[in-house]
Design a protein around this ligand. Sequence first.
Ligand SMILES: Cc1cc2nc3c(=O)[nH]c(=O)nc-3n(C[C@H](O)[C@H](O)[C@H](O)COP(=O)(O)O)c2cc1C
Length: 346
Amino acid sequence: MLYSLLRPLLFGLDPETAHRITFDGLEKAHRLGILGSGPIRCQSRNVMGLDFPNPVGMAAGLDKDGEHISALAALGFGFIEIGTVTPRPQPGNPKPRLFRIPQVNAIVNRMGFNNLGIDNLLANVKHANYSGILGINIGKNFDTPVEKAIDDYLICLHKAYRYASYVAVNISSPNTPNLRQLQNAEELDYLLRMLKLNQQKLADEHGKYTPLVVKIAPDLEPPQIDSIASLLMKHRVDGVIATNTTLSRAGIETMPHASEAGGLSGAPLTERATAVIRRLHDMLQGALPIIGVGGIMRAADAKEKIEAGASLVQVYSGLIYRGPDLVREIAQALCVADTPHSDARI
Ligand SMILES: Cc1cc2nc3c(=O)[nH]c(=O)nc-3n(C[C@H](O)[C@H](O)[C@H](O)COP(=O)(O)O)c2cc1C
């Protein structure tokens, strides 16, 4: 409600300024105790061995450095994913690098993993003292050659392992040159083998199993999706997030900012992301869970993702366009859909 009043003011500002002001306001409201009090609780669901209080998560990229975990948690999310974080700090691409296309409820971004590095992120995680489900999304530095990407993922995996509820491996951002190449069969086979080997070592060392999930792009042909699904099963990866932003501009070619380089998210991505989830589900047949993301702007979009085979959902652009009420709207719809006769506690 409040957000619909604030939105015209925020949309009058450049998107990165609006982002900063929104988070400043959110932190203040949190300190005053006027946000919600934590996750919306419905029948909890066990996915990857974790108990999710509700199936609506915050997608990666909104809180890249984990600076606002407690305030975001107060909005009701069932889980929060921070990052993408890289081993070393890096500034990301030059500004401007974030564009709204309000005519179609979309965003184009080419942020380029601007972040302050894994050590800083983990200091923030410790400081937040958050006890809910926390995903840490990891990537490679822009100047690490793609053939050495595994080194960066392993640095982040080792450091994040004990603090994360799950670790998400981002091989699908369109804004780090050649990153998506890691989705090719040969590269992915090697990457997953190394990651799983190290996960096993870390599990023994820490006496704790942290699930590994892989985040994939929406711009994959069906045979590529099938090949990725086979590799995920072969290596017993714990989950898959589908999808990241798209390079496609289909249907919005003439809109202002549509020709900006970067990944497109929001409403124009909805169908494309759902199609990837459906194809993945056909291949995986429940062997591992799918976290559905991409163009969830209202509860009905989230329901479609679940019907296509997702076990959980995440939102990013929907939050920018609809504000925090969207979290409750989706949680309510999914919990009710889940438990038609029962005791969803919302
Ligand atoms: C500004 C912006 C930054 C993003 N940064 C990341 C990121 O760092 N890592 C990542 O895995 N995904 C990132 N994403 C992708 C989102 O997590 C999500 O997969 C995508 O936007 C589709 O969901 P949506 O349509 O709900 O926004 C970013 C998206 C946006 C709009």
